[in-house]
Design a binder for this molecule. Structure first.
Ligand code: HEC
Ligand code: HEC
Ligand code: HEC
Ligand code: HEC
Length: 344
């Protein structure tokens, strides 16, 4: 009884918290104030968000993991209110990824807003995903709106990630030292930062991509057998990397926490739903505010900034060589009075 009350109270609180964004983004019929419903809209009856209905929480994402009691088809298709200009009962007139994900007034969702947009010469790296076709040409997202051909793991399927990821993340989840489990890959509760680090890290770590790096490290010194050099196929060695999630600890000269990949790859843009541009919105969106560079023109290399200490404003990396700057470490490992090179 008490638990039910708590859940309802939480749902109501969430409804108020999310109402502004939900109304601002896309049309929906979920309640009488909206034309058509979306992932973020709330029922006027129960207050529940559509994204939290039924089996949605353990089968995340709108594009995959369809079950009898998930609520997803209606986010994209309408049986009675489909746009005459749309295709296959969709609101969008184009069924391509960017038909729905493009930034602009007619967009279905502003998630991943930076997929389209100009590739700025010399700044298009590392992926140059600024062009429509590139989203699905990088072995990252698969080109099927319903998730066919994606990973067998629910949290990757939710993001339409290519099944090539399974060969690296599967063995890792079976190893207790990794700090995450196969059940968590399939939707069991997991910290949000840990989840982001696992999904982003292993997507990049697919064979044929960043196979010489160890990106997701939830337990200190966790190591995997990885290529010593690119390309794939040569000798392998055990490799580890910086913790992906860690609290700041003065004793070890860290003054800011690591909360997933975006603590270091820290370019932000107010126009993306997550706030962070990593790993999508490479060119800051016009009309946005950013934490480095000029909105609408500058894109940070590796989506990263550097600074002399954790109290100084970030400067964007603008070319390859700058990734070696000590400021990419000092932005956490020094404050104004102490830290590496001062007191350690
Ligand atoms: C994320 C948006 C999205 C969701 C959610 C979604 N669909 Fe689709 N659906 C599409 C798109 C886009 C197409 C068109 C694909 C194409 O033309 O290649 C499509 C096509 C279809 C088609 C036509 C298939 C064909 O080969 O012509 C059917 C039937 C369909 N969807 C049913 C469903 C059902 C049932 C659900 C829920 C279980 C669902 N869809 C969920 C986006 C979605
Ligand atoms: C018919 C519209 C539609 C099409 C076409 C479409 N999407 Fe989506 N997509 C959505 C909606 C709606 C959401 C949920 C967004 C939200 O929360 O506002 C979404 C969410 C996503 C997410 C984030 C999932 C999450 O849980 O964070 C990814 C990744 C994604 N889409 C990739 C793709 C790719 C790749 C394609 C092309 C194969 C594609 N989408 C085509 C409507 C569409
Ligand atoms: C402690 C800070 C830090 C964290 C946390 C971090 N990165 Fe990085 N990352 C860097 C720096 C600095 C570089 C550039 C230096 C280098 O390449 O070693 C880099 C480079 C990369 C590269 C290019 C590497 C190569 O060798 O090709 C990728 C891909 C990457 N990061 C992805 C990620 C992902 C995914 C996560 C989260 C799982 C993550 N990073 C977390 C700091 C970090
Ligand atoms: C976003 C903040 C942040 C950035 C940026 C960052 N670190 Fe860290 N670093 C931490 C935190 C937090 C810890 C863990 C503190 C602890 O638990 O002991 C840590 C720990 C370490 C450790 C100790 C590792 C261990 O296993 O004991 C080393 C070495 C280190 N960082 C080096 C670097 C280097 C080199 C860079 C730059 C490439 C860097 N860090 C960038 C926050 C950061």
């Amino acid at each position: 009884m008490k638990k039910t009350f708590l859940v309802v109270a939480l749902a109501v609180a969430l409804t108020f918290a999310l109402a502004t964004t939900a109304f601002a983004t896309s049309p929906k019929t979920w309640n009488s104030l909206e034309d058509y419903y979306s992932w973020g809209s709330a029922s006027t009856v129960s207050g529940a968000l559509l994204s939290s209905l039924g089996a949605n929480p353990t089968n995340p994402g709108v594009h995959a993991n369809y079950q009898a009691t998930t609520a997803k088809c209606g986010i994209c298709h309408s049986v009675h209110r489909a746009a005459a200009t749309g295709v296959k009962l969709l609101k969008a007139s184009t069924a391509s990824c960017t038909g729905c994900h493009k930034a602009g007034a007619t967009t279905v969702t502003n998630l991943l807003v930076g997929w389209q947009g100009p590739v700025v010469s010399g700044l298009g790296r590392p992926h140059g995903a600024g062009q429509d076709a590139n989203c699905t040409a990088r072995a990252c997202h698969i080109n099927n709106p319903h998730g066919v051909g994606t990973s067998t793991y629910a949290i990757f399927r939710a993001k339409l990630i290519f099944n090539g990821v399974d060969a690296v993340v599967g063995p890792a989840s079976a190893n207790p030292a990794s700090g995450f489990t196969t059940a968590q890959l399939n939707g069991a509760a997991m910290g949000a930062f840990e989840k982001d680090a696992v999904v982003a890290g292993y997507t990049c770590n697919q064979i044929g991509c960043h196979d010489a790096t160890m990106l997701t490290v939830l337990n200190r010194n966790y190591a995997e057998q990885r290529d010593q050099m690119y390309p794939h196929g040569g000798p392998t060695v055990a490799k580890t990397g910086h913790l992906s999630v860690a609290g700041a600890r003065e004793a070890s000269a860290s003054y800011s926490p690591v909360a997933g990949c975006v603590s270091c790859h820290d370019q932000r843009d107010s126009m993306t739903t997550s706030g962070f541009t990593f790993p999508h919105a490479q060119v800051a969106t016009p009309g946005s505010t950013t934490n480095m560079g000029t909105a609408g023109t500058t894109r940070a290399f590796l989506w990263m900034g550097y600074a002399a200490n954790n109290a100084t404003a970030l400067t964007a990396l603008t070319d390859h060589d700058m990734k070696a700057y000590d400021g990419t470490c000092l932005k956490c490992h020094r404050n104004t009075v102490s830290g590496i090179g001062i007191s350690k």
